[in-house]
Structure formats: structure tokens, C-alpha cells
Design a protein around this ligand. Structure first.
Ligand code: T4K
Length: 382
């Protein structure tokens, strides 16, 4: 990678010396996977950090989505958002369920609760929202709708590591002394991605957050071929186990993730103060009382006012070595696998289509220097 290029993200890496010490321990023990000591330690440490009762570690963020649908025995139609990474909808498809797309809210990019009820049919069994860019969904309203129609809710929280919300406002029961609740307490389950490009990474990795011990056992079982002992297989499981090297790496990264989130917040503050007067450029501000994680910094371009389309800006930035990304363009509903679905019709998804056409995620990570940030700003403020 050219050192002068500023990429959309850069992984948070643990100290190599400390990682080597942990690798030595793993080498000495010769226990390298299948729920070893670092795997157990990381599940416990993440449960504490995220303020949740149970964490089930996985090898990536896609398998927890697929396993959540299996564990809750979801069938029929699943209401979801088209404004996400394609893994969200693929997990529904791989479970032989039908994704039903509902439009998003222009102020958060998340599933618009006002539009959900009209999409519910007798075949609907589940809602799968995404806290896109880490912005919290309207958890309270989504739960009210789910309760009214007897639906399950599985949150794709791949972007929302460490996000905390005011418990009462979001209808969450567990909270700390400040009244904040970990966002992973929402719904029946939440999934996380620990991919290299995420706020918190284990190189590849992910997790499924569940709320009771029975479900923890079911998911642990499903991620290990359905094996309960050396002669017993009780369910059609898969292999989703995280190995010891990544678990150790994850323990080290957990120690520095708060520093990374703080550094990202400073980048967001600089972008906001420098871009607030740029004609044709809009972005979202922090929500009051929410602890954000600053996982992405999307801006939205109004071509007429800005004097350039989003794509023209995207390519001109690349010429200057600034590699923003058009997350999430194209919309999932416009990919050939899904475009034939009735709910993929553009008239059904006007807000999501407009956002996908206007969005550009600026470089956002813990290691951006003052000079990097200024280079990004100079591309947008001309
Ligand atoms: N649900 C949601 C809402 C998701 O966003 C995702 C994943 C998932 C589910 C599934 O989780 P996983 O199964 O992936 O754990 C990336 C990631 O691969 C993907 O994890 C992520 N969402 C998606 C939004 O973005 P790409 O194809 O854009 O990444 P890539 O390889 O182009 O990398 C972007 C930039 O990051 C590079 O230009 C430089 C930097 N980078 C990347 C890597 C891999 C590094 O500096 N080092 C690296 O090792 O997909």
C-alpha cells in the first residue's frame, strides 16, 4: 500500500511484543483452537465490556447472522434494510427465508419503524435491522411492533461495537449508574463483526450476543457442528469457532479500543467543524446522551449545491490519494440476486436509494494524523 494513500480505515493492531508473549503461551500449551483458554477469556472480557450476559465468539461477522436465524428457527419472511453490507441479506437467503426490504429513516439510515407494519404479512417471523454506521436504531419502537405481531428481532450490530444508549428512552432494562445500556441488549439477539476494518477487530472474527444460558448453549452447539461430546451430535451445526491466536489478539485489542474510539471522536469533531459550512455537504451529528463509536463518517452530497456529483468527488479524492468509500452503494436491493423481489422496487425504497446515490464515507480511524485529516478536508472544501 502506497504510504501517501489515506484509506477509509486502518486496523487497530495490538503491541507486537505483547502478542508474541501470548503466542509463546499458545505454542507451549499446544492448544490452538476449539474453545481454549483465550477463547473463554475473550468471551468473558467482551461480555463485561459490552454489558451483556453472554457472548458467543465466531470466526467472522456473517456466521453469527446465519446462526442467529438457525438458533431462533426463523422461517418465511424477514423484514430488513437494504442499506447495509450485503452479508445482512445473504444470511437471510442462505437460511431459505425471503428478505422483505423496508425503507430507511433519512436522519439515521436505519429501518424506518413507520414503514415496518405495512410490510408485515402472515409469513413474517422476524425483523433484522442494522445499526448502520453504529447509529442506534429506534429499538423501542421496533420492539413494540415485534411484540404486537409476535416477531423475533435480530440486530445486525456489526458496526455498533461499544455503542451505549439511554436505557429508558430505548426501552432497555439493564443499565449502569448513568442510565446507559449497552446496545447489544436490544432484541432477541445481536451480531457483531470483528473484521480488520471495524472499530474493534480480531483480524477476522465476530460474535453473537444472547440473553440467556439455554440460548448460549444452543448457539455454542451450533457453532461446533452440533457436537455435545465425542459420540453425540444433537443438531445440524456448522464450524464457526474462533481460534486461540485471534482470541489472544482480541484480548489485547480490547485494552486499547477505548483509546481508538476517543481518537476517532476527535477526527469526527474536526470533520464536523470544517465541513459544516460546505455547500451541498451534509452529515449527522451525535445523538444526545448516546455513546457513539465513530465507526464511519458518512457525508451526503447534493450535486447541484456542491457543484459535483458524489461519484465525481469520489474519483477526484482518489486522484489525491484519499480513498473514501461509497458504503452502501449499490443498495443490496439493487444487486441481481435481490432486485427481482417485489420489495426491491425503487418506489418502495426512495430514501435508501437516494442515500446510496449521495453517500461517501470519509477516511475514519484512530491513526489519522492532523495532516491526513486536513488532506481529506481539502478534497471536500474547495
Ligand atoms: N453486517 C454488516 C453491517 C457489515 O458491515 C459486515 C461487514 C458484516 C455484516 C459481515 O461481517 P464479516 O463477515 O465481514 O465479519 C469490508 C469488510 O470486509 C466487511 O467486514 C465490512 N462489513 C464491509 C462494510 O467492509 P471491503 O471490501 O470494503 O474492505 P476492503 O478490503 O476494501 O478494505 C477497506 C480498506 O480498509 C482498505 O482500503 C484498507 C483498509 N484495510 C483493509 C484490510 C482488509 C487495511 O488497512 N488492512 C486490512 O487488512 O469490506
Amino acid at each position: 500500500m502506497d504510504k501517501n494513500v489515506i484509506t477509509v480505515t486502518s486496523p487497530l493492531l495490538p503491541d507486537l511484543g505483547e502478542f508474541n508473549e501470548m503466542l509463546k503461551e499458545i505454542w507451549n500449551s499446544k492448544w490452538i483452537t476449539n474453545m481454549g483458554q483465550f477463547h473463554k477469556q475473550l468471551e468473558k472480557a467482551l461480555a463485561d465490556y459490552l454489558h451483556v450476559p453472554y457472548v458467543c465468539l465466531f470466526t467472522n461477522g456473517t456466521l453469527p447472522l446465519m446462526t442467529a436465524l438457525q438458533a431462533l428457527r426463523i422461517t418465511g419472511e424477514v423484514i430488513t434494510t437494504p442499506y447495509s453490507f450485503v452479508a445482512t441479506t445473504h444470511s437471510i437467503w442462505w437460511n431459505h427465508c425471503k428478505p422483505v426490504f423496508v425503507d430507511v429513516d433519512p436522519y439515521t439510515g436505519n429501518l424506518n419503524p413507520d414503514k415496518i407494519e405495512a410490510a408485515i404479512t402472515p409469513a413474517t417471523t422476524c425483523i433484522m435491522p442494522v445499526h448502520v454506521y453504529g447509529t442506534p436504531c429506534d429499538i423501542k419502537r421496533i420492539q413494540e411492533i415485534a411484540d404486537k405481531y409476535g416477531l423475533r428481532v435480530i440486530y445486525d450490530a456489526a458496526h455498533a461495537f461499544g455503542v451505549e444508549v439511554p436505557a429508558e428512552q430505548y426501552g432497555l432494562k439493564e443499565y449502569d449508574e448513568k442510565g446507559l445500556a449497552g446496545i447489544m441488549n436490544a432484541g432477541d439477539m445481536s451480531t457483531l463483526s470483528f473484521h480488520a476494518t471495524k472499530v474493534y477487530n480480531t483480524i477476522e472474527g465476530g460474535a453473537l450476543i444472547v440473553h440467556d444460558e439455554v440460548m448460549k448453549r444452543r448457539v455454542d452447539n451450533l457453532k461446533n457442528f452440533g457436537i455435545t461430546d465425542d459420540v453425540t451430535v444433537v443438531s445440524p451445526g456448522i464450524n464457526g469457532k474462533m481460534d486461540e491466536m485471534r482470541s489472544a489478539y482480541g484480548l489485547l485489542n480490547l485494552r486499547q479500543v477505548d483509546y481508538a474510539i476517543k481518537a476517532r471522536q476527535e477526527v469526527a469533531n474536526k470533520y464536523r467543524s470544517n465541513l459544516c459550512d460546505a455547500p451541498g455537504v451534509t452529515f449527522w451529528n451525535d445523538m444526545s446522551d448516546v455513546r457513539h463509536n465513530y465507526s464511519y463518517f458518512p457525508i451526503f452530497i447534493d450535486a447541484e449545491k456542491f457543484g459535483m456529483t458524489r461519484d465525481e468527488l469520489f474519483f477526484s479524492m482518489r486522484e489525491h490519494g484519499v480513498w473514501g468509500r461509497r458504503y452502501f452503494y449499490p443498495l443490496i436491493s439493487n444487486f441481481p440476486t435481490y432486485s427481482g423481489l417485489p420489495s426491491s422496487n425503487k418506489d418502495n425504497l426512495p430514501v435508501a436509494n437516494e442515500m446510496a446515490d449521495r453517500v461517501l464515507c470519509l477516511p475514519m480511524h484512530h491513526a489519522l494524523s492532523e495532516e491526513d485529516i486536513q488532506r481529506v478536508i481539502n478534497c471536500v472544501v474547495r
